[in-house]
Design a protein around this ligand. Structure first.
Ligand code: PBG
Ligand code: ZN
Length: 325
């Protein structure tokens, strides 16, 4: 293979040829849409840093879930903004908590839509950390009990998949055990296995009202500098029988996505996080970039890196474009 006998441009000459040799495909089936369910009624309030994304009360969540389903997107992931927060995040594992009620409402109206729930404490604790605090830090083993109770109560309400995002050690095992002991052995655990302590979560914390009151999350989320540790974290979750692995954020961590794809055979999820969405929206609003094209290129890049599924605030827009192709 050498110029001039070989010419790489031959296979790029027209759209059909390019289509025939295309190696990576983004499909509507790959998308998961995040939604923020807020306690109350008649609430639909746009998150200032995330145009098109809203905190919504249940009736609006259900209406949007119908749209999502009609677009062909297979799944949503739910985050809750409860009526009240307290030191141990009781709304998280309460039968009539915000997420439990949201799951039931969606399942009633759009039963075919797969409902994934984010399992964490930070949306429900008054201090905003992902677990219970002891001596100024999150107590791992006490938090496991609450996470297990939260996952079980989501399953009881009808969740199809539970997705722990807290980064406590042993959470996948704790959740697997309580689900199995209660007849939910068919409910998969989608583990946020490799989750970095990232500034890209900024807009989400406005959306979920979950900014820590003191300190940061570096004693439980991973150091962005670390790669070997990502293998260890993923291996731990595989050993605890996780059903999906996730890398989060995605854009600055495409190498980690590729690493995990090459080393583990579980379905791999990339979380295209809030700050990644906000950057594209902000630049597009200034006409500095073509927002749609940059969005599709970014999502395709995540798939090319090795993601099987992508959690993304762009899911509806991307699905519309894909459906019109
Ligand atoms: C909760 C959680 C966070 C995100 C998903 N689940 C925030 C955090 O850990 O601070 C971030 C998602 C995003 O930025 O879009 N633990
Ligand atoms: Zn959290």
């Amino acid at each position: 293979m050498q110029f001039p006998a070989y010419r790489a441009r031959r296979l790029r000459r027209n759209a059909n040829l390019r289509r025939m040799v295309r190696e990576t495909h983004l499909r509507v089936d790959d998308l998961i849409y995040p939604m923020f369910s807020a306690f109350g009624e008649n609430i639909k309030s746009e998150i200032s840093s995330m145009p098109g994304i809203y905190q919504q009360s249940i009736e609006h969540i259900v209406a949007e879930a119908k749209d999502v389903h009609q677009l062909g997107i297979p799944a949503v992931i739910l985050f809750g903004i409860p009526e009240t927060k307290d030191p141990v995040g009781q709304d998280a594992y309460c039968d009539h908590g915000i997420i439990q009620r949201t799951i039931r409402a969606i399942k009633e109206e759009v039963p075919e839509l797969t409902v994934i729930t984010d399992v964490c404490m930070c949306e429900y604790t008054d201090h905003g950390h992902c677990g219970v605090i002891k001596d100024g830090d999150v107590d791992n083993d006490e938090t496991l009990k609450l996470l297990a109770a939260e996952a079980l109560s989501h399953a009881r309400a009808g969740a199809d998949i539970v997705a722990p995002s807290d980064m406590m050690d042993g959470r996948v095992m704790a959740i697997r055990e309580i689900l199995d002991a209660n007849g939910f052995e068919h409910i998969p655990v989608m583990s946020y296995a490799v989750k970095y302590a990232s500034a890209y979560y900024g807009p989400f914390r406005e959306a979920a009202e979950s900014t820590p009151e003191f300190g940061d999350r570096r004693s439980y989320q991973m150091d962005p500098a670390n790669r070997s540790e990502a293998f260890r974290e993923a291996q731990l979750d595989v050993d605890e029988d996780a059903d999906f692995l996730m890398v989060k954020p995605a854009l600055a961590y495409l190498d980690i996505i590729r690493d995990l794809k090459d080393s583990f055979d579980l379905p791999l999820v990339a979380y295209n996080v809030s700050g990644e969405y906000s950057m594209i929206k902000a630049a597009a609003a200034k006409d500095w970039i073509d927002g749609d094209r940059v969005m599709m290129e970014t999502l395709l890049g995540m798939k090319r890196a090795g993601a099987d599924l992508i959690i993304t605030y762009h899911a509806k827009e991307a699905a519309r474009l894909l459906n019109n192709e």
